[in-house]
Design a protein around this ligand. Structure first.
Ligand code: PDD
Length: 283
């Protein structure tokens, strides 16, 4: 079993993978990415991930000849070569390598396609059993958060702030006082048995896990409002949970200094998580 990389058509051990210092991903963060986890060895929700990737590429006018089908084959081959039971696949596509000029390079420059395949590390079990703490911080990101861009400076600053505060995640609050999402997760709150999560649009990433959880919740007969909430509404929620590819659905028990509910992951969070996992097992 070994960590695998793929760079522009070639598989290799991760440690041997290199790209040019003139890659526009390195110089300008001019690229997009996807993160896919496996369940029972199979890439989970691959189709929506590939659709989102194609959309991100389209929005940035990066044209990739391989297409979603070709990428799916590369992912399958990477997983096979790694030999791990469960893997985390990171896929990054940049506008390619060219002398550093801000404008797009000539069309003859091919995009750089990079993939890494590593053993999947889920958060520790106690995060799900006890729940986690989050802080709130300003959402400093750009106005196209719907594009899964590799430019993550505002996200990493927020996550670092959370980490230094001993918290799992930072909830991002925009200039209008609305909670958009976490630095690398989507955010939900529960009040009076109904769910709230920010609406799809330029302020959030259209998270695959968020979309699946919305469907799971509706399947359980719950009302889901895709509307913004204020930080105060999050702090006063009955339950709060985070969602993401590696996070799945994880209960939040404190937002800043405010204890959520009884200070343990709430009943709806637990039911949703169980239903999400059961649905994945049945795939
Ligand atoms: N992050 N919101 C943001 C800002 C994210 O970066 C992510 C994912 C999510 C959850 O999306 P999904 O359910 O599609 O994983 C929401 C990935 C995992 C990362 O950057 O590593």
């Amino acid at each position: 079993m070994s960590e695998i990389a793929y760079v522009n058509g070639r598989f290799m051990p991760l440690a041997e993978a290199v790209i040019s210092v003139e890659d526009r991903g390195f110089q300008f963060a001019d690229g997009v990415y996807e993160v896919v986890a496996t369940y029972r060895g199979r890439p989970y929700a691959l189709e929506p991930h590939m659709r989102r990737l194609e959309r991100s590429l389209h929005e940035l006018r990066i044209s990739l000849d391989i297409g979603a089908y070709g990428l799916a084959q590369i992912i399958a081959e990477g997983i096979r070569r790694s030999g791990f039971a469960e893997t985390l696949v990171y896929l990054q596509i940049t506008r390619g390598t060219a002398p550093r000029h801000h404008e797009f390079p000539a069309t003859t420059v091919l995009p750089t396609v990079v993939m890494t395949v590593k053993q999947l590390q889920r958060p520790p079990a106690e995060c799900y059993v006890n729940g986690v703490r989050v802080i709130s911080t300003r959402d400093l990101r750009w106005k196209r958060c719907d594009i899964k861009s590799i430019s993550l400076l505002a996200n990493i600053l927020a996550k670092q702030e959370a980490s230094e505060a001993g918290a799992f995640e930072a909830l991002l609050v925009d200039d209008q006082g609305r909670v958009t999402e976490g630095s690398s997760t989507s955010a939900f709150r529960v009040k009076g048995g109904a769910l709230w999560t920010a609406p799809e649009g330029p302020q959030i990433l259209p998270s695959i896990t968020r979309g699946i959880l919305v469907e799971v919740a509706r399947g359980m007969g719950l009302t889901v409002h895709q509307e913004f909430s204020s930080l105060a509404e999050f702090r006063q929620a009955d339950e709060v949970f985070l969602a993401g590819t590696t996070t799945e659905a994880m209960g939040v028990v404190r937002v800043d200094d405010h204890v959520i509910g009884d200070g343990v992951p709430g009943p709806l969070t637990q039911k949703l998580r169980a239903a999400f996992l059961a649905a994945n097992d049945a795939l």
